[in-house]
Design a protein around this ligand. Structure first.
Ligand SMILES: Cc1cn([C@H]2C[C@H](O)[C@@H](COP(=O)(O)OP(=O)(O)OP(=O)(O)O)O2)c(=O)[nH]c1=O
Length: 595
C-alpha cells in the first residue's frame, strides 16, 4: 500500500538508489517506491574538519554518492536516471563523527563511547534530478538531513564483546544496528527510528510531496530546484511534449510531422535482464563466494579467486556483479559480505538458503529453460523432464529422481521451512493440544519449532519412508528431541496416526484440487470433534487474488492459492468450523480450523 500519493507519481520515472545498504533498500521498498539499486563507488573520505557541522558532512557525502552514480549511469551505459537518491548515516557524540568501524577494536571504542549516554544519528539525504542537454548530463540537487537522538544503556564489557562478536556492528555507523541485536542496547529514542536505520522515510516523503504536489505553484521555491524543472517533474500525465527521459515524449520528425514515443519501459527492461542477476547469485553461491567471505572477512578478488579455485578476472567480474546486486560490499581492501549475505547466503548460517539456491540452480533453472517446450506441448516441465505424471510427483517426491535429487529437494524445502516455522508456530495459541501430526512434515523444521513453543506437545512427522530415512541429517542438535518423532508412511495410501492437531504445510496451495480434497477427507475422517487442522500456506489478498508468495505457476502444473473465504469454503465442506486466519507477514500464512 502506498500512503503518500507522491510515490505513485514516480512510477514512470527511473528512480535509482545509490546505496548498497540493504536497510535503505528495504525501507524504500516497503514505501512502495519502484527503484533500481546502483551502489555508489564514491570513497567516503571527505575531510570532516572542513565542515561546519556533522550533518553538513553527511549531506555532502550523500550528495557525492548520488552524483557519482548519476554520472556513471549517464556516461557508461547511457542510461540516464531521472532521480538518484543518495544517503549517508553518521553517529555523533561529543563532537566526534563515528562512521562504520574498521575492525572489532574500533567497534569496541565506538560502543564504549556510546555506553550510558545520549548521541545523535544524522542521515544526510540527497535527491539528484537528472536531465539531458544534448549529450551532457544536467543535475539539480535537493538536500536535507534528519537527526534522531538515541540513548544507550550502560554496557558491560561482556555485553559489549558479545555484541561485537555477533558481527553485527561492522557495516553500521557507530557500530550498532538498532533494528536488530543492537536494539537491546538502546534505552530511548527521540525522533525518527528509520532515520537511525539509515533512511528518514517520513522526511523524504514530505520533501517529495513539496516537490511533486506543491500546494500552490510557487510555494516551494527556496529548497528545491528551479521552478521550470519542478514543472517538468510534476504529474507525468501533464508532461507530454517535454524532453524528459522516461516520460512520453513528442518529437518532430524530419518530415515535420509529430511522432509520439512511448515512455521507456524500465520495468520491462529489468524483467528482460532479470535472469542475469539471478544467475550471478546462484553461481556465487555454488562457488562458495559467501562462505569464503563469512565472519566479516575482507578479501581481494585475487584472494577470493584462489580460495574458490577460479580465474582472477572471472572472479572479479562475479564479485562486482554481487556488489551491484547488494550482496557484497566493496571497500579499500576488497570485498565483504553484506548483512543479507551473512544471514542467508553463507552455508552454515542459521537461516542459510544454500539448499534452496542449489535446488534452483540445479533443477528449477533447467525446468525454465524448457519453458517453451512446455508451452508448446501443453505439458508440465516436471513431467517432461522426468517422464512421469505430475500427479505422481505431487504424491511422491521420491519419484523426482535419485536419492541425491531427493536430498536436494529436502534441503530446499528445509531452508524455506526455516523462514516461516517460528511465525507459524506462534500464529495461534495451540497450548490446548497435547499431540500433533505434521503430514508430509519432511525434515521436521516446523515440528521442532512447535515443540519448542509448546513444551507439552508431542509432534509426529509423517512422511514417505525415503524422506524419513534422510531426515535425521537435518535434526537440530539439542532441540526438543524427546517431543518429536518421525513415522514413515504415505499420507495418501496409509492410515494416519492419531493426533489432536493435524498440520498440512507441504505446498497445500500447489496441490491439485482433487488431491487436496482427497487429503482433507482423510484428515476430516480421523480428526475427532474439538480437534483441529492447521494449514500453512499463502492466503491470497481478497481483492487482487495475489500474494507475495505466489510462484510462477506455469511450471508447477496446478496453480492456486486461496483467499480466506476460499479456505473457509474448503474446510467447511470437510466438516471443519471456526476457521481462523493469521497473516504472518512471511512466506506462509496460517489457517486453523476446528473439527
Ligand atoms: C546507527 C545505525 C546505522 N545503520 C546503518 C545504515 C547504513 O547502512 C550504515 C551507515 O553507512 P552509510 O555509509 O551511510 O551507508 P552504507 O555504506 O551502508 O551504504 P552506501 O554508502 O552504499 O549508501 O549504517 C543501521 O543499519 N542501523 C543503525 O542503528
Amino acid at each position: 500500500m502506498v500512503l503518500y500519493p507522491v510515490i505513485g507519481k514516480l512510477v514512470h520515472k527511473r528512480v535509482v538508489l545509490a546505496s548498497a545498504s540493504p536497510r535503505r533498500r528495504e525501507i524504500l521498498n516497503q514505501a512502495g517506491l519502484r527503484f533500481e539499486v546502483v551502489p555508489s563507488r564514491f570513497k567516503e573520505k571527505l575531510d570532516k574538519s572542513s565542515f561546519p557541522t556533522p550533518y553538513a558532512y553527511a549531506i555532502e557525502t550523500a550528495k557525492q554518492k548520488a552524483l557519482e552514480v548519476a554520472h556513471r549511469m549517464h556516461s557508461k551505459d547511457s542510461r540516464t536516471a531521472d532521480l538518484v537518491i543518495g544517503a549517508d548515516t553518521i553517529v555523533t557524540i561529543a563532537g566526534l563523527i563515528l562512521e562504520k568501524p574498521v575492525d572489532k577494536q574500533d567497534a569496541y571504542r565506538m560502543l564504549s563511547r556510546l555506553s550510558g549516554k545520549e548521541h545523535s544519528v544524522f542521515t544526510g539525504v540527497t535527491i539528484v534530478h537528472c536531465s539531458r542537454a544534448g549529450r551532457q548530463l544536467q543535475t539539480e540537487v535537493l538536500e536535507f538531513y534528519e537527526e534522531t537522538r538515541v540513548t544507550f544503556s550502560e554496557l558491560s564489557e561482556e555485553m559489549l564483546w558479545a555484541y561485537i562478536h555477533s558481527g553485527e556492528p561492522m557495516d553500521k555507523a557507530g557500530g550498532y544496528g538498532i533494528q536488530a541485536l543492537g536494539g537491546m542496547l538502546v534505552e530511548h529514542v527521540r525522533g525518527d527510528f528509520l532515520n537511525v536505520v539509515g533512511f528518514p522515510l517520513n522526511h523524504f516523503c514530505k520533501k517529495l510531496s513539496q516537490l511533486y504536489c506543491p500546494p500552490t505553484p510557487d510555494a516551494h521555491q527556496e529548497s528545491i530546484p528551479a521552478v521550470g524543472s519542478v514543472e517538468k517533474l510534476r504529474d507525468p500525465e501533464t508532461l507530454t511534449g517535454q524532453a524528459n527521459a522516461g516520460e512520453g515524449v513528442q518529437q518532430t520528425a524530419c518530415n515535420g510531422t509529430v511522432e509520439s514515443q512511448p515512455p521507456c519501459p524500465w520495468g520491462l527492461l529489468d524483467l528482460i535482464h532479470g535472469f542475469k542477476g539471478s544467475k550471478v547469485l546462484l553461481t556465487a553461491c555454488k562457488l562458495k563466494v559467501f562462505d569464503v567471505l563469512k565472519d566479516g572477512a575482507v578479501l581481494s578478488a585475487a584472494d577470493v579467486a584462489a580460495k574458490i579455485d577460479a580465474s582472477v578476472h572471472g572472479t572479479e567480474w562475479l564479485l562486482e556483479g554481487c556488489a551491484e546486486l547488494g550482496l557484497l560490499l566493496r571497500c579499500a581492501q576488497g570485498y565483504r559480505n553484506t548483512e543479507l549475505a551473512s544471514v542467508f547466503l553463507a552455508s552454515d548460517a542459521e537461516y542459510s538458503l544454500q539448499g534452496f539456491i542449489t535446488l534452483c540452480n540445479n533443477h528449477t533453472w533447467d525446468l525454465f529453460t524448457h519453458l517453451e517446450t512446455a508451452v508448446r506441448e501443453g505439458g508440465d516441465q516436471l513431467r517432461l523432464l522426468s517422464g512421469r505424471q505430475t500427479e505422481d510427483l505431487f504424491k511422491d517426491p521420491v519419484l523426482i529422481g535419485s536419492e541425491e535429487m531427493l536430498l536436494q529437494w529436502m534441503r530446499g524445502a528445509h531452508d524455506l521451512a526455516k523462514l516461516s516455522a517460528q511465525a507459524l508456530a506462534k500464529a495461534f495459541d495451540l497450548s490446548r493440544f497435547k499431540s500433533a501430526c505434521h503430514l508430509g512434515g519432511c525434515t521436521g523444521t516446523l515440528a521442532y519449532r512447535l515443540a519448542q513453543a509448546y513444551p507439552h506437545l508431542q509432534v509426529t512427522v509423517f512422511d514417505l519412508p525415503k524422506v524419513i530415512e534422510l531426515a535425521p541429517s537435518f535434526h537440530p542438535c539439542g532441540w526438543q528431541a524427546a517431543q518429536v518423532s518421525f513415522l514413515a508412511g504415505d499420507i495418501f495410501q496409509d492410515g494416519l496416526p492419531e493426533a489432536e492437531l493435524y498440520i498440512l504445510s507441504r505446498d497445500p496451495y500447489s496441490w491439485p484440487d482433487d488431491v487436496l480434497q482427497q487429503l482433507l477427507s482423510k484428515v476430516s475422517e480421523i480428526c475427532k470433534p474439538g480437534c483441529a487442522l492447521l494449514i500453512a500456506g499463502p492466503v491470497l489478498d481478497e481483492e487482487r487474488q495475489t500474494t507475495r508468495a505466489q510462484i510462477p505457476m506455469l511450471l508447477r502444473a496446478h496453480s492456486g492459492g486461496r483467499t480466506t473465504q476460499g479456505y473457509e469454503r474448503l474446510l467447511r465442506a470437510h466438516g471443519f468450523h471456526d476457521v481462523r486466519v493469521v497473516r504472518t507477514g512471511g512466506l506462509l500464512d496460517a489457517v486453523l480450523a476446528t473439527r
